[in-house]
Design a protein around this ligand. Structure first.
Ligand code: ISL
Ligand code: CA
Length: 606
């Protein structure tokens, strides 16, 4: 390939995101040797095939919207609060904790899926989009939850899983058993290869081939996740009509928007070609930014989201900072925001690796995003969710350090630009726990991974030691309400074991203690609500080249604020004097001459 072509491709958002992943971030075409160019051949092909419009940034004043100012709290219903002693969290349990969320300062509640489901992937395998899982309660309970949430001035958004349904969904059952089924074409079917192997080499996210064989039809059906989560065929306009109906049905009910599960995966490249190992998970590049993605998103926006004052956040699985912006720019009328998880692990690492995450990486990742003041784009600020071990434990496993780090994260979250997300328990400083054996895993991803490691020759001990730190069960241990039996989560037997530290860390103790992590979050959220400059103000990095230090100002006509953070576990000197500034919140009791380990503070300059 000639250098001019390479230069042109490197300007593409897709190429820039991929270069981040391959450790070539920001390098000009001249920095690539022939060998690297050849090695990255599949990347150039993909970038050429996706041909994203190069976005021209817009500068000026951000539009003010409720969802830009919101602090959104994710509830994992199964683990939040059990009201009837069956060991499973439920809707009445959530209702009983709405005052707690209000006290914290939450604006919007996001519920992970509560629909009817066989729970192969805890509700991310939907059997009926318009019914509540009996474990969680009834539709009347849901209506009451919505009403009680609104009564308190909070909003509620639903998790929508539209890339796949459960294989127990009536559409799939009809496709399988009725030869004339109108729903057959709702899914992705192919004939196998002549030698009896699946139609292509794609692997599912959960350590299995991405195809199920159905002898009754002599065909294979695609599933990018578990073998019970069947991918929907978005090429079919009838499917898209059904999706639009479902979205409108919930909006009509009064919900305030949606979190759209793996929404970037809905369009697949024609012909479903084999995947290239260069991209990690086999097949990934054939669907993580498919050719009709924009078209499908615009359609949902036009026929559903835009008809209401609703908010959408897409989960962008495998997307980086720039491709995320491509589907969340306001002018495109697709989604309001898209999660970008590029900072969850250091480059080249995965969540199962037990390593000490360097906050300098986080800083270097965040600064360009924050400094980009393109008013057509709006980010999310997120550190924790139900799919990852607790962020603070990636940085350190030392309990005392974690006390500081939890507050540093809180302070960073509430002073960056973007819609802020909290995951249940983050506000208490909940941590990972030491699982005792594989029989304690409940997560399909962890169970399958454990099995596949054993099959590949690992011993049980080795497989367990690898999976335990990264299992999604880490984030899903029951919410710690009290120091009492089962942490006040249930009077029965919890569906997943509790973390070990609930006597020490629980909502009852922390809400009563003005110096707790909960109280720190409450104060940080209150600052964000009080000073809109922290939401919309200009962002200027302070001495960004200084290692172990992160500092920035937020400034507009209404005020100016300064944030300073020590990113490491030893003392560093303070690069900018804070004399004359008013300290609004700090994770230390006073201000010293130097910045102590993980010290973080926000000051008001004017
Ligand atoms: O956790 C992950 C990998 O280690 C992710 O790949 C995750 O599976 C991916 O981000 C998609 O997540 C979403 O869709 C899945 C569901 O299992 C997750 O809980 C959900 O957040 C399939 O619906
Ligand atoms: Ca229950």
């Amino acid at each position: 390939m000639d250098r001019n072509k390479l230069r042109e491709l490197l300007e593409q958002p897709m190429a820039q995101d991929l270069m981040d992943r391959f450790g070539m971030a920001g390098k000009p075409a001249e920095a690539f040797d022939e060998q690297t160019i050849t090695k990255l051949e599949p990347v150039w092909k993909l970038v050429d095939a996706t041909k994203l419009p190069i976005h021209v940034p817009v500068y000026g004043e951000y539009d003010r919207k409720w969802w830009k100012e919101a602090v959104i709290y994710q509830i994992y219903p199964m683990s939040f609060c059990d009201s009837n002693g069956d060991g499973i969290g439920d809707l009445p349990g959530i209702i009983s904790k709405l005052d707690y969320l209000k006290e914290l300062g939450v604006d919007v509640v996001w519920l992970s899926p509560i629909y009817d489901s066989p729970n192969d992937d805890n509700g991310y395998d939907i059997r009926d989009y318009q019914a509540i899982h009996p474990d969680y309660g009834t539709m009347e309970d849901f209506d009451r939850l919505l009403e009680e949430t609104h009564k308190r001035g909070m909003k509620l958004i639903m998790d929508m899983v539209l890339n796949h349904t459960s294989d127990e969904h009536r559409w799939f059952q009809s496709a399988l058993h009725d030869p004339d089924s109108p729903y057959k074409d709702f899914y992705i079917w192919r004939k196998g290869k002549a030698d009896g192997t699946p139609p292509n080499n794609w692997q599912s996210f959960f350590s299995e081939p991405a195809w199920n064989y159905y002898p009754e039809l002599d065909e294979w059906a695609l599933h990018l996740f578990s073998r019970k989560q069947m991918d929907l065929n978005w090429e079919n306009p009838k499917l898209r009509d059904e999706v639009v109906k479902i979205l409108n049905w919930w909006l009509q009910k009064g919900v305030d928007g949606f979190r759209l599960d793996v929404i970037n995966l809905i369009s697949k490249f024609e012909g479903l070609p084999d995947g290239d190992p260069l991209f990690g998970l086999l097949g990934m590049e054939q669907y993580f930014y498919g050719p009709r993605l924009h078209e499908y998103l615009k359609d949902m926006n036009a026929r559903a989201f835009s008809l209401y004052d609703s908010y959408t956040v897409g989960e962008g699985c495998g997307l980086g900072a720039r491709t995320t912006n491509c589907i969340s720019m306001q002018s495109a009328k697709e989604l309001n925001t898209v999660f970008c998880f590029g900072h969850f692990e250091e480059p080249g690492r995965n969540k199962y690796e037990d390593y000490a995450y360097d906050l300098n990486f986080l800083k270097n990742y965040m600064l360009p995003i924050q400094q980009d003041e393109d008013i057509d784009c709006w980010n999310t600020v997120v550190f924790d969710n139900h799919d990852n071990p607790r962020f603070l434990n990636k940085v350190s496993r030392d309990p005392a350090e974690c006390e500081k780090i939890a507050r540093l994260i809180a302070l960073m979250e509430m002073t960056l630009r973007g819609t802020v997300y909290l995951y249940q328990g983050q506000e208490l400083g909940m941590r990972d726990t030491a699982f005792r054996g594989p029989e304690e895993f409940r997560d399909v991803e962890a169970i399958n991974l454990y099995k596949s490691l054993i099959e590949s020759g690992k011993t049980e001990e080795e497989a367990f030691a690898y999976v335990a730190p990264g299992t999604r069960d880490q984030a899903r241990t029951p919410m710690q309400w009290t120091a009492g039996e089962n942490a006040g989560f249930t009077t029965g037997t919890p569906w997943l074991r509790l973390a070990d530290d609930y006597e020490l860390r629980n909502a009852e103790a922390e809400t009563a203690d003005d110096a707790s992590i909960f109280s720190f979050y409450r104060k940080a959220i209150a600052l964000r609500h009080a000073y809109k400059t922290l939401v919309y103000g200009h962002f200027t990095a302070e001495q960004p080249e200084l290692a172990d230090f992160m500092g920035y100002t937020r400034r507009d006509d209404d005020g100016e604020f300064y944030v300073e953070m020590n990113l490491c576990n030893h003392t560093i000197s303070r690069p900018r004097s804070v004399e004359g500034m008013e300290c609004l919140l700090s994770n230390y009791e006073d201000t010293a001459a130097d910045l102590r380990p993980y010290e973080a503070a926000v000051y008001r300059i004017r």
